[in-house]
Design a binder for this molecule. Structure first.
Ligand SMILES: [Zn+2]
Length: 179
């Protein structure tokens, strides 16, 4: 439903064009979320909490990242921060207007703050994060932001795949801790 609203103004010419546009748009969204999920798998394979993100501008991925907090011994090395830094380097600008970010899991407060400061336009995420999520779960920093900035938030994209990778990681970690 959110997707339909987002393209309504762009394709007002006819029902078929309108539906085709939704399908193409949704196909693109899945493509980028799969790229984010690939990043999450890289994190998983390195023993990191499996979260991945990509930043997209004009149909091109300009920044990729996955959680590297353990490897870098850095609590700020989240997928979103790494992908935003890469994207900013790529466009040589601290602002990412007209960019979208795709994240496998709902961002935390730090990453939601970084997304706001980066001026990213659209935020897509997969699974909700009830403990730390700052986009509707624990907080709603993006939609109720103090900067009066409009960022479109679309949640639940490939929710099952994104969430199950995270669950698998924590189940395995608990089992290892008990051994
Ligand atoms: Zn974060």
């Amino acid at each position: 439903m959110i997707l339909i609203l987002s393209v309504e103004g762009i394709f007002p010419s006819g029902r078929i064009t309108f539906i085709t546009a939704i399908l193409v748009l949704y196909e693109d969204i899945l493509k980028y979320m799969k790229a984010a999920l690939y990043e999450a798998e890289l994190a998983y394979n390195s023993g990191e909490i499996p979260i991945g993100a990509v930043v997209v501008k004009d149909g091109r991925i300009i920044g990729r990242g996955h959680n590297r907090s353990e490897a870098l011994k850095d609590p700020t090395a989240h997928a979103e921060i790494i992908s935003i830094t890469a994207a900013s380097n790529s466009v040589d600008d601290k602002y990412l207007d007209d960019c979208s970010i795709f994240i496998t899991v709902e961002p935390c407060i730090m990453c939601a703050g970084a997304i706001l400061l980066s001026r990213i336009k659209n935020l897509y995420f997969g699974a909700f994060e009830p403990k730390y999520g700052a986009c509707g779960s624990l907080h709603n920093l993006i939609e109720n932001n103090v900067y009066n900035r409009k960022i479109n938030v679309i949640s639940g994209i490939m929710e099952e795949e994104c969430g199950s990778l995270l669950k698998k990681f924590f189940v395995e970690r608990r089992t290892t801790d008990q051994e």
